[in-house]
Design a protein around this ligand. Structure first.
Ligand SMILES: [Mn+2]
Length: 436
C-alpha cells in the first residue's frame, strides 16, 4: 500500500448503488468506513467493520490519535452535504409518491367525474355503491367502497410475481395498471339510505351514465367502458347486472353469471323476506331470483362458487337450479383444487359475455367482516388462483360486495385489503382480454 493514497472497498455491499464501490482517500480526506457506520456511528459494528477500522488505525500515520475516527465522520458529512431543491421547486411534491397519503382513489387511479363528462373515453371504471339497506344480518357495507379504497393503497404499481398461474399465462408479470388502457375511479354513486327503491334507481342511473361513455382506441373488444363496482350489500348487484346486460348482453341468453358467495342468493322472496311487502322482497338474498326472472342470467351457463350456507327451505335447491345456476361448494375447492375449479368455471361460461360478482363472505369467516359470515370458506390465495385461471373469459362487468368496513370496526382493514386484492385480480382479467 502506497503511503498517502489508499483505495478501500466499502464493507456495505447491501446498500447497492447508494455509495461508490471504492473511495480514494488521501491522509487528509476520508477515512474508510461502511455506509451504515457513517450514518449510525458505532451503533452497528460488524466483524468486518471492526477489522476495517483496525486496519485503518494500523496503517494510518495518525495511528494512536484518539479523535481520528470522530474526525473521519465529520469529514464524511462535510464531503456529502445534503442538498435541498430550490425553494420554488415542487417536482417531487406534485407526484403521488407516498402510498399512505393523498386523496384516496382505488390503487391511486385518476379520479374522473364519469356521470357528467361524456366526452371522456374510458375502458375500465371503478365505482362505489355505498348501500346496506338490503342486508338481513350485519350492516356496515355502506362503508365498503371507502374501505376497499383504503385497502388498495399499496396497489397500482410494481410487477406481481404471482399474477397468472404459470409463466405461459398472459397475466404473468403483466403491469395491469400500465398497458395504455384508461382505468379510472369514478367515486361513488350517492345512494339514499332511507329508501332502497330510490337508492337502487340512483345506482342504475349512475351505471348507465358510465356505460354511455365510449371506450378508447386501445380497447379492441369493447365499445363502452366496463364497470367494477365496490359494494355495498349484495342487492346492488341487480342494478350492476341490469346495466351491464343492457350494454353488453345478448337479449336471447342473458349474461353468464359467475357468483362467488357462501349463499345461493336466488332465494324465492317468500322464503327470504317473507313476501310481506314487495319492498321487502328484494334484498341481498333474493336479488339473483329477480335477475333470473328479468332474463339477465344465462341459464345453464351460470355458476355459484364457494357455497356452504344451509338452504333455508327444501325447495331452495330446486329453485336455484331453475334460476339457471350450477354449484361449486367450498369443499369442491378441496376436491378439484383451485386450478380445477377455475377450469370448471371456464367450461360452464364458455365464450359468452360474463358478469362476475364476488361476495366477501366467500372468504372464511376468520378473515373478513361481511353481512353474513360463514365458516368453512376459501383463503385469499385459493381465490387468487381460481380467478387467475379464468384468464380469457369475456368479462363485461363485475363487483366485490358485502365489504363491511364501518368506522371503529376491528378487522375492517383486512376486509378492505382482501376486497381490494379481488378487485386487482378482476382488473387483471379485464385487461388481459384486450391482449388476446
Ligand atoms: Mn351474497
Amino acid at each position: 500500500m502506497k503511503n498517502g493514497v489508499i483505495i478501500f472497498a466499502l464493507a456495505a455491499g447491501s446498500v447497492g448503488q447508494l455509495i461508490p464501490e471504492t473511495i480514494l482517500r488521501t491522509d487528509d480526506e476520508l477515512l474508510p468506513e461502511s455506509f451504515l457506520d457513517s450514518i449510525f456511528g458505532d451503533l452497528i459494528n460488524t466483524p468486518d467493520v471492526l477489522k476495517l477500522k483496525q486496519h485503518t488505525y494500523d496503517v494510518d500515520p495518525y495511528d494512536g490519535q484518539k479523535d481520528l475516527y470522530t474526525k473521519s465522520i465529520s469529514n464524511y458529512y462535510r464531503a456529502n452535504r445534503l442538498k435541498f431543491p430550490k425553494d420554488d421547486d415542487v417536482s417531487d411534491i406534485i407526484s403521488d409518491v407516498n402510498l399512505f397519503s393523498g386523496i384516496v382513489t382505488f390503487a391511486h387511479l385518476p379520479y374522473e367525474q364519469c356521470f357528467s363528462d361524456l366526452a371522456k373515453n374510458l375502458d375500465i371504471a371503478i365505482v362505489g355503491a355505498p348501500f346496506d339497506s338490503g342486508v338481513s344480518y350485519t350492516p356496515g357495507a355502506r362503508f365498503g367502497p371507502n374501505g376497499v379504497r383504503q385497502g388498495s393503497r399499496r396497489l397500482g404499481g410494481g410487477i406481481s410475481p404471482i399474477r397468472g398461474n404459470d409463466k405461459s399465462s398472459k397475466l404473468y408479470k403483466l403491469p395491469i395498471y400500465n398497458t395504455g388502457l384508461s382505468i379510472v375511479d369514478c367515486g361513488d354513486v350517492p345512494m339514499l339510505p332511507y329508501d332502497a327503491r330510490i337508492a337502487l334507481n340512483q345506482l342504475y342511473r349512475g351505471h348507465k351514465a358510465i356505460h354511455d361513455h365510449n371506450s378508447t382506441k386501445k380497447s379492441i373488444n369493447f365499445k363502452h367502458p366496463r364497470i367494477i363496482t365496490l359494494g355495498g350489500d349484495h342487492t346492488v348487484t341487480l342494478m350492476n347486472l341490469k346495466s351491464a346486460f343492457e350494454t353488453f348482453g345478448d337479449n336471447e341468453d342473458g349474461l353468464a353469471v359467475i357468483h362467488f358467495d357462501s349463499h345461493i342468493d336466488t332465494w324465492n322472496p317468500k322464503v327470504l323476506g317473507g313476501g310481506i311487502t314487495k319492498y321487502a322482497s328484494l334484498n341481498h338474498g333474493t336479488f339473483l331470483h329477480y335477475a333470473a326472472e328479468a332474463g339477465y342470467v344465462s341459464k345453464n351457463h351460470s355458476v355459484h362458487v364457494g357455497i356452504r350456507a344451509p338452504y333455508i327451505n327444501e325447495i331452495d335447491e330446486k329453485h336455484d337450479i331453475e334460476c339457471g345456476f350450477q354449484t361449486i361448494t367450498s369443499k369442491d375447492v378441496d376436491r378439484l383444487t383451485p386450478i380445477g375449479v377455475g377450469k370448471k368455471i371456464k367450461e360452464i361460461v364458455g365464450a359468452r359475455p360474463v358478469y362476475l360478482t364476488f361476495d366477501l363472505d366467500t372468504f372464511d369467516a376468520s378473515m373478513v367482516n361481511s353481512g353474513t359470515l360463514e365458516a368453512g370458506g376459501l383463503t385469499s390465495r385459493e381465490v387468487m388462483t381460481i380467478l387467475d385461471e379464468l384468464e380469457g373469459i369475456k368479462l363485461v362487468g363485475c363487483d366485490v360486495v358485502e365489504v363491511n368496513t364501518p368506522p371503529n370496526s376491528a378487522g375492517a382493514d383486512i376486509s378492505g385489503l382482501l376486497a381490494a386484492q379481488v378487485v386487482d385480480e378482476l382488473i387483471g382479467l379485464m385487461v388481459v382480454t384486450e391482449l388476446h
